[in-house]
Design a protein around this ligand. Structure first.
Ligand SMILES: Nc1ncnc2c1ncn2[C@@H]1O[C@H](COP(=O)(O)OP(=O)(O)OP(=O)(O)O)[C@@H](O)[C@H]1O
Length: 204
């Protein structure tokens, strides 16, 4: 499978500056692509477009040549830097976790999710604990691409390593393409099969 941004231009409103201009970007389901570049260059914006959370001002996002589905489960899923913004605060963790699929106990163990946490509210977990749920809940069989926007910034180094190891293994086994947005070049080099830098539109 292939996820493609084709000649994508984006600005947040009519008089705002262009964030992305005529951008072509492709990721294959066997790839893990690092998306790097200084702050403000549009990495998160491109992530949102790729996951269908916003539409390009011009150009298109294509999944195997077709637009992303407008209803039902989207095969392109996104994980954010701030997990507390990505969960319903009125749902207990058990419900948050099983929103899209039913992860097996082995996955929960591998993710370091403790059984007892399932009974808690999101506000009763740390950012790192919550992030493990946000990752586990999108690893279902219908996810073909995973857009990871600075997902491990709030984790300690050991947990970071564990989670990236698991994600890499999972992505390879399930042929799930990854887009890894990060400022951490060492992480990108370790995790990714290819690295792409976004251009500086102010100097074109
Ligand atoms: N909702 C929004 N409305 C208007 N402008 C926005 C919005 N979100 C982001 N921007 C602007 O778009 C530009 C790109 O932001 P984006 O978050 O995509 O960059 P980034 O490369 O991910 O940055 P960082 O590395 O700091 O996360 C920035 O100038 C930002 O101020």
């Amino acid at each position: 499978m292939q996820l493609k941004a084709q000649q994508v231009c984006f600005r947040y409103h009519k008089r705002a500056p262009w964030i992305l201009k005529d951008l072509d970007f492709t990721v294959d389901s066997r790839e893990r692509v690092g998306l790097v570049g200084p702050s403000g260059y549009g990495k998160s914006t491109l992530s949102k477009l790729l996951a269908g959370y916003a539409d390009p001002t011009r150009g298109q996002i294509l999944l195997d040549g077709k637009p992303l589905p407008k209803s039902g489960y989207c095969p392109v899923q996104m994980i954010y830097q701030h997990p507390e913004q990505a969960v319903n605060p009125r749902w207990k963790m058990e419900r948050v976790l099983r929103e899209c699929w039913n992860p097996d106990p082995e996955l929960l163990t591998a993710m370091g999710i403790e059984k007892e946490w399932l009974k808690r509210w999101p506000s009763e977990l740390s950012g790192g604990e919550l992030q493990r749920f946000c990752i586990a809940r999108v690893l279902g069989p219908d996810t073909r691409f995973l857009i990871c926007d600075e997902i491990s910034t709030m984790l300690d180094v050991i947990t970071q390593a564990q989670i990236w190891h698991l994600l890499m293994e999972y992505a390879e086994k399930k042929q799930m393409g990854l887009v890894v947005v990060t400022h951490n070049m060492a992480l990108a080099e370790k995790v990714c099969t290819r690295i792409v830098s976004l251009p500086d539109l102010n100097h074109i």
